[in-house]
Write a protein that binds this ligand. Structure first.
Ligand code: HEC
Length: 104
């Protein structure tokens, strides 16, 4: 059921963007599903999880936060370790994916 809601949310959001953006978002989706969703979820973290929600957040905010975790100007052991292995492309793609999600 969750998967269905997710898929339809993604389909709706993809209808309003161009193919280049769509490719970027799909690349980000793969990484988000494989790594980030374990803590942050996709639409939202599980109710008892202490992690911030990323869906629908501002694109620039997400990119900036990930860049800061990567260069350790924003400190958090978990996120510093995770962002350390992200490329600029990963950061753009994942941020594009999460910011494209509609939370309502
Ligand atoms: C093991 C759990 C875990 C995983 C996996 C994880 N995160 Fe995080 N993330 C956290 C925690 C904990 C915080 C809060 C850190 C803080 O207070 O700065 C956080 C914070 C963030 C923030 C800042 C949110 C805000 O409101 O400022 C962003 C952006 C973020 N994570 C992106 C990601 C992305 C993208 C991935 C996948 C590459 C990812 N995270 C994977 C635990 C995780």
């Amino acid at each position: 059921m969750n998967r269905l809601v997710l898929l339809s949310a993604l389909t709706v959001s993809l209808l309003s963007i161009n193919p280049v953006q769509a490719a970027v978002i799909f690349a980000g989706k793969e990484k988000a599903m494989a790594v980030c969703s374990h803590c942050h979820g996709i639409i939202k973290p599980s109710v008892d999880a202490p992690f911030p929600s990323l869906a629908g957040r501002d694109l620039t905010y997400l990119k900036t936060a990930l860049g800061q975790y990567r260069d350790k100007t924003r400190k958090n052991d978990i996120m510093n370790a995770l962002a350390g292995s992200l490329t600029d492309n990963d950061i753009s793609n994942i941020s594009a994916y999460y910011s494209s999600l509609k939370t309502k």
